[in-house]
Design a protein. Structure first.
Length: 203
C-alpha cells in the first residue's frame, strides 16, 4: 500500500503474492537485568518461569505471546507465563527489561548490544525456543528483474551473514530455520488460547 520497493521484516513471511529472500534465523533468548535476577533468582528450568514477572509482546496481529515453548534434544516444554506488562512496542519492553521490570524473551540478533554489555543477562541458554522468528526481505514479483534490487538484496545477505557469525551465545552447529507457530496469522487474543484450541482439535 505504501509503494515501497523492498521491506526488511522480522517474523514469518505472509502467504501473499510476494517474493521472499531469507536473510537470517534468530534465536530467542530469555533474559532480564542483573538487578532483577539478584532480586528474584535465576530459573534453572523453563517451568520456573511461571513464578516470574514476564514482559509479554503483542504482535502485529494483536496476539499476546504468553506461551513460551522450549526444546532441548527430544524434550519439549511449554510454559504459560504470567505478566503485568503487555506491549506491542518492542523498544518499550526492552527499556522495561533493562530497568528490572521483569523477564523478557528477545531475539539475539536484535539485542546484541544489551547481551554483550551485560544490560540483559541470559538464562536457560541450554534450551532452544521453538518459535524464533526469521529475518527476511519482501518484495513484489514485478520488481524481481530490477538490477538495483538484486544488488541491494545481495548486500543485505552479506550484512546478515556477518551478524549471524558474530551472534552472542552462539550454539553448537548450524541454526535451523523455524516454521511459523500454530498461532501465526490469528487476529487478536492470547497465544495460549490458540494453543488450547489446537490441542482439543488434535485429540
Amino acid at each position: 500500500r505504501e509503494n515501497v520497493d523492498v521491506a526488511v521484516m522480522v517474523g514469518w513471511p505472509p502467504k501473499r503474492d510476494f517474493l521472499v529472500r531469507h536473510l537470517a534465523q534468530t534465536r530467542h533468548v530469555v533474559c532480564a537485568s542483573a538487578e532483577y535476577w539478584s532480586r528474584a533468582g535465576q530459573p534453572r528450568d523453563p517451568d520456573e518461569l511461571r513464578h516470574h514477572h514476564c514482559l509479554v509482546f503483542s504482535n502485529d496481529e494483536g496476539v499476546f505471546v504468553v506461551r513460551w515453548t522450549f526444546t532441548r534434544g527430544s524434550e519439549q516444554r511449554s510454559v504459560d507465563v504470567r505478566s503485568r506488562l503487555f506491549s506491542g512496542d518492542r523498544n518499550w519492553l526492552d527499556v522495561a527489561a533493562r530497568t528490572g521490570a521483569g523477564v523478557m524473551r528477545v531475539t539475539d540478533l536484535t539485542a546484541v548490544s544489551d547481551l554483550t554489555s551485560g544490560s540483559l543477562v541470559p538464562v536457560l541458554t541450554d534450551w532452544e525456543s521453538a518459535a524464533s522468528p526469521t529475518i527476511y526481505a519482501l518484495y513484489r514479483r514485478s520488481h524481481r528483474q530490477s538490477r538495483l534490487l538484486r544488488v541491494f538484496l545481495d548486500f543485505l545477505s552479506e550484512i546478515f551473514a556477518e551478524l549471524e557469525n558474530e551472534r552472542p551465545l552462539a550454539p553448537r552447529g548450524a541454526i535451523k530455520r523455524v516454521s511459523p507457530p500454530h498461532w501465526f496469522g490469528h487476529v487478536r487474543g492470547r497465544q495460549s488460547t490458540y494453543a488450547g484450541k489446537r490441542r482439543t482439535v488434535t485429540r
